[in-house]
Design a protein around this ligand. Structure first.
Ligand SMILES: Cc1cc2nc3c(=O)[nH]c(=O)nc-3n(C[C@H](O)[C@H](O)[C@H](O)COP(=O)(O)O)c2cc1C
Length: 172
């Protein structure tokens, strides 16, 4: 795991190659194996491989999401506020577990923030994604995750660049 974490970087350029079905199935399984508060599974996932739909989703947040257009797969991570008040935590844990599983399979990924972000002056990013994906009103969209084979090489962050000053021991 530490070797994976050392390699992990956000990937925003993808090869124009589909992800094999067995790998997509593993990503689905990884999402469903994420821990959730009280084991209530306060999430839902939409896996999108339709190019037109991915194109529409890539417009959700302008420059911050445009790279999604080149990804063969997009995962919308949805929280169920009506199921548990830990919906943000549950959904975020599932998203990173999918991202790390993707990395272990040779794939790259990048989180695109949706919750608390705007699509335009008068429409939230959540409302835009919900209308593109037909997501029910009571559901909350936490993020999109762009996934695919990397078409960029990024160096691992060296250990000396880590924010060791953020670590406190015994007391702040
Ligand atoms: C909560 C969260 C929201 C993020 N939102 C975006 C986003 O909207 N668009 C984007 O391109 N990257 C987004 N990222 C990726 C970060 O920019 C990236 O993780 C950070 O710059 C560190 O780079 P690294 O992942 O390569 O180490 C987000 C990451 C997190 C954890």
């Amino acid at each position: 795991m530490i070797e994976l974490l050392r390699k992990r970087r956000s990937i925003r350029h993808f090869k124009d190659v589909a992800i094999e079905k067995d790998k997509v199935d593993l990503l689905k399984e990884a999402a469903l194996r994420a821990p959730t508060s009280k084991n209530l599974h306060s999430w839902e996932f939409v896996f999108v491989d339709d190019k037109d739909t991915i194109g529409k989703l890539s417009e959700v947040r302008g420059q911050s999401s445009y790279f999604l257009k080149g990804a063969p797969l997009c995962l919308a991570v949805i929280g169920r506020e009506d199921v548990n008040d830990t919906w943000i935590e549950d959904a975020s844990i599932a998203a990173i577990i999918v991202q790390l599983t993707a990395l272990s399979l040779g794939l790259g990924s990048c989180w695109i923030q949706i919750r608390n972000r705007m699509h335009s002056d008068d429409e939230s990013a959540e409302s835009y994604v919900k209308s593109v994906l037909n997501i029910p009103e009571q559901c909350r969209v936490v993020c999109l995750v762009a996934l695919g084979y990397p078409d960029e090489k990024k160096d691992p962050t060296p250990s000396e660049k880590l924010r060791w000053d953020k670590i406190h021991v015994n007391r702040w």
